[in-house]
Design a binder for this molecule. Structure first.
Ligand code: PEP
Length: 251
């Protein structure tokens, strides 16, 4: 039985004041004990958030960490070990904004994924197709390649301690959501692809859906058999909306 998970990606949002306000809203939520909840503030705010959430059931993750485990001369980066030191448990790897805007390739992401695990973080690998790729019928090919890149480089066991988020690029921040069936179809294929390598790993790995999830559509999405929760962008910046999404995952 996979435990549902809801993760809030705050992206490049927040000031000290707005982050403090959001945390206050989060700690006052009545949350179901059956759902794992994580929030991903900017690197700047990780320390503040981790401190304020200490002793609560909400854990903190990083939106990004370097491809190397150690510290050293890498201006502007933070190492996975440093984010662990600040209290993080998870790290996003391969969010489409980083793939597309920052030019992160599958090869770079393999290193980031491995460095995260070697440092004690659980990576959340984001995969997904653009609108153009979907319309060309290439969704499964694109997602399959993104997954294969990790499997070929690190082996299927890399997914024993990892989470996968299927995030169609056309649904991120656009207000367009994959229908529950569209999302389920891709999730089922992801699980089937992993099962070809190892059925037990495939059954155990949590597959989150991301892309304009809100309180109004969460229950239907999370009701699908291979959708184990969500990676939430915009809606995670509002504590009440995020709380409603978490409760939908617990039902
Ligand atoms: C995301 O950034 O991972 C995301 C899913 O964003 P949104 O919920 O705003 O579409």
């Amino acid at each position: 039985m996979r435990r549902p998970m809801v993760a809030g990606n705050w992206k490049m949002h927040g000031t000290r004041a707005s982050v403090a306000e959001l945390i206050e809203g989060l700690v006052n939520l009545a949350l179901p004990g059956s759902v794992d909840v994580a929030v991903f503030p900017t690197s700047l705010h990780i320390g503040l958030v981790a401190e304020c959430l200490e002793g609560t059931s909400i854990v903190v993750g990083a939106q990004n960490a370097a491809h190397e485990t150690g510290q050293g001369a890498l201006t502007g980066e933070v190492s996975p070990g440093q984010v662990v030191d600040m209290g993080c448990k998870f790290v996003l790897v391969g969010h489409s904004e980083r793939r597309q805007i920052m030019g992160e390739t599958n090869s770079v992401l393999n290193h980031k994924f491995a460095a995260a695990q070697a440092s004690g973080l659980t990576p959340i690998l984001c995969v997904g197709e653009t609108l153009e790729e979907r319309e060309a019928g290439k969704t499964l090919e694109v997602v399959g390649r993104q997954l294969d890149s990790i499997i070929e480089e690190l082996g299927i066991d890399a997914f024993v301690n990892a989470v996968i988020a299927y995030e169609p690029v056309w649904a991120i921040g656009t207000g367009l959501t994959a229908s529950p069936q569209q999302a389920q179809d891709v999730h089922a294929e992801i699980r089937a692809q992993l099962a070809k390598e190892n059925a037990e790993v495939a059954q155990g790995v949590r597959l989150l859906y991301g892309g304009s999830v809100k309180a109004a559509n969460a229950a239907e999405l999370f009701g699908m058999p291979d959708i184990d929760g969500g990676l939430i962008g915009g809606a995670s910046l509002n504590a009440d909306e995020f709380g409603a999404i978490i409760r939908a995952a617990g039902n």
